[in-house]
Design a protein around this ligand. Structure first.
Ligand SMILES: Cc1cc2nc3c(=O)[nH]c(=O)nc-3n(C[C@H](O)[C@H](O)[C@H](O)COP(=O)(O)OP(=O)(O)OC[C@H]3O[C@@H](n4cnc5c(N)ncnc54)[C@H](O)[C@@H]3O)c2cc1C
Length: 161
């Protein structure tokens, strides 16, 4: 199908990602959807944020704690707001950056393992890292520098971008 294909134009795009805001309001400002958690809410989550935010604003204007209630829902409903969300953000993007050689080494450790299939972008890095780290003594013995790198992955997405 692509035998006669040719490049007609090249384009590039860059986006800066930020770690999610755990507390999405201050004073009379409520931050919702992608503005509070870049890309992470996804379409269905963004729609729900809009609906919930409308209700929260109405409650605030009626003298109730709409923003605090929205915040409880925000923190309880999205996986990236759980306490281990930083760890997920790191695993998701494989940060800090690993070299081709390090990735080959890590994936070779689990070459004969079949991981559970999942569409969940938060579960998949957990499964992957769980499988790698079941070999952590071996990594420490064979690749001490890589082991040290893995142990120091305490960065957020915004720290590395
Ligand atoms: C590359 C990419 C791929 C994605 N893939 C998927 C996917 O497959 N499935 C999925 O569910 N989600 C996906 N998402 C995530 C999803 O698109 C977002 O989470 C969602 O669109 C966020 O909706 P939002 O309403 O919060 O923000 P947005 O959709 O960004 O809406 C914000 C709106 O505000 C407007 N705006 C900005 N500033 C102003 C201003 N000053 N005045 C007036 N208007 C303004 C913008 O033009 C925009 O229309 C993807 C995102 C990206 C970037």
């Amino acid at each position: 199908m692509f035998t006669t294909a040719r490049i007609v134009k090249k384009m590039a795009c860059m986006a800066t990602a930020y770690s999610p805001m755990k507390n999405p309001y201050r004073g009379n400002t409520l931050v919702i959807g992608d503005a509070a958690a870049y890309v992470e809410v996804e379409t269905q989550g963004a729609l729900t944020c809009g609906f919930r935010a409308g209700s929260a604003v109405y409650k605030e204007l009626s003298g109730m704690d709409g923003f605090a209630e929205y915040t409880r829902w925000w923190q309880d409903s999205f996986e990236f707001n759980s306490d281990d969300y930083l760890q997920v953000a790191q695993g998701f993007a494989l940060v800090p950056t690993y070299t081709d050689d390090e990735l080959d080494y890590l994936f070779a450790l689990i070459e004969n393992e079949t991981l559970a299939g999942t569409f969940n972008q938060y579960k998949s890095p957990r499964l992957m890292w769980g499988a790698f780290l079941s070999h952590k003594e071996r990594i420490a013995r064979e690749r001490p520098e890589l082991h040290k790198k893995i142990l120091t992955r305490k960065l957020s997405l915004s720290d590395v971008l």
